[in-house]
Design a protein around this ligand. Structure first.
Ligand code: DP6
Length: 323
């Protein structure tokens, strides 16, 4: 080969959300979170360390982003672990079926952690990879694993990592992403969650409720209980968004189209379609559904949205090397 190590990681959508850190530098969260890794959205990242470079050379979808301090700092962590000083050549591609809007730091840092650590000569277990990915972006902690994954919050760099809950997934579960806005988000999750921790009077209640929600969600997965998992995911997402609306200054990620999709989900449910929604730090809505209902849900959505805005995904696998 040309000396590059390439890794592929899939994005994940949290059913029990991570929203707030107790250590900003190490990215240690206040609550455990639970996610589903998706097969349709992934990042391929190739890395090579070279003594011919005088700085890191980083490309994302062929755009030069070498001045990204987030990525350079992350590469510094790997150089320190591996006791090397060479700079890296990084080439990363986001594979999303639509033009934009679902590119994810979760798949990005999970793929970078795997490719760069191996290229630096480290041989990390998936648990160690997960801790490393966490230093780039919290949600990346879970993208090392396929299917259902949990991020155990821990207290220190060493005990905050992801674990596989079930992979491959037994449950018939799909996610329909409704892509509503390709604009960069106005308030990043990093900034939004920090503001929620510091100013929402409901923050402690959120942390407590997540413990309850997580147990219910994990039981539902074990018992193959789709509707209980859907219900708890939907209410957990709304509880997270209540933290944005109760922050100072308040903010929200919903736009008019988000509300419209949420209402469609409720109407579909009233008509016997088993579906639920979740939302992250942007206006896109992700619908959780069974295979038998995909057609009906798509038909309802295409009354308002284009086919290209609707992306159906099954559960995906964990990080892999694809040299
Ligand atoms: C709403 O992982 O993007 O998607 O750790 O600051 O990089 P940083 O934040 P990030 O936050 C994800 C927030 C979320 C919920 C989740 O994925 O659990």
């Amino acid at each position: 080969s040309n000396g590059f190590i390439t890794a592929r990681a899939h994005t994940n959508i949290a059913l029990i959300k991570y929203w707030g850190k107790k250590n900003d530098d190490l990215i240690i969260p206040n609550n455990n979170s639970l996610s589903l890794t998706l097969d349709e959205f992934y990042t391929d990242t190739s890395v090579k360390f070279s003594n011919e470079l005088s700085k890191d050379s980083i490309f994302l979808d062929d755009v030069d982003i070498s001045n990204s301090t987030k990525i350079v700092n992350f590469l510094d962590i790997i150089r320190e672990k591996a006791s090397i000083s060479e700079y890296a050549y990084v080439k990363s591609y986001n594979n999303v079926p639509t033009s934009a809007g679902l590119a994810s730091s979760a798949s990005g840092f999970a793929a970078l952690a795997a490719a760069a650590s191996k290229a630096a000569g480290l041989q990390l277990t998936s648990k160690e990879l997960s801790k490393l990915a966490r230093r780039g972006s919290g949600s990346a902690t879970r993208s090392i694993f396929g299917g259902f994954a949990e991020w155990i919050k821990g207290n220190t760099d060493n005990d905050s990592y992801g674990v596989e809950i079930e992979n491959p997934v037994t449950m018939d579960i799909n996610m329909i992403a409704v892509v509503l806005n390709d604009q960069p988000k106005k308030i990043s999750s990093r900034v939004g969650m920090k503001r929620s921790v510091e100013t929402s009077p409901y923050y402690n209640a959120w942390v407590k409720q997540c413990e309850v929600d997580l147990i219910k969600a994990k039981t539902a997965i074990k018992e193959n209980d789709f509707n209980t998992l859907g219900k708890i995911s939907e209410s957990n997402a709304m509880r997270m968004h209540a933290l944005t609306m109760s922050a100072e200054p308040a903010f929200m990620y919903f736009n008019n189209d988000s509300i419209q999709v949420i209402n469609s989900v409720k109407t579909l449910r009233e008509n016997g379609v088993e579906c639920y929604f979740t939302m992250d730090a942007g206006p896109n809505v992700k619908i959780i559904c069974k295979s038998k209902d995909i057609k009906k849900i798509k038909a309802a959505l295409t009354k308002t949205f284009n086919d290209e805005q609707i992306v159906v995904s099954k559960p995906g696998c964990g990080v892999q090397f694809i040299n």
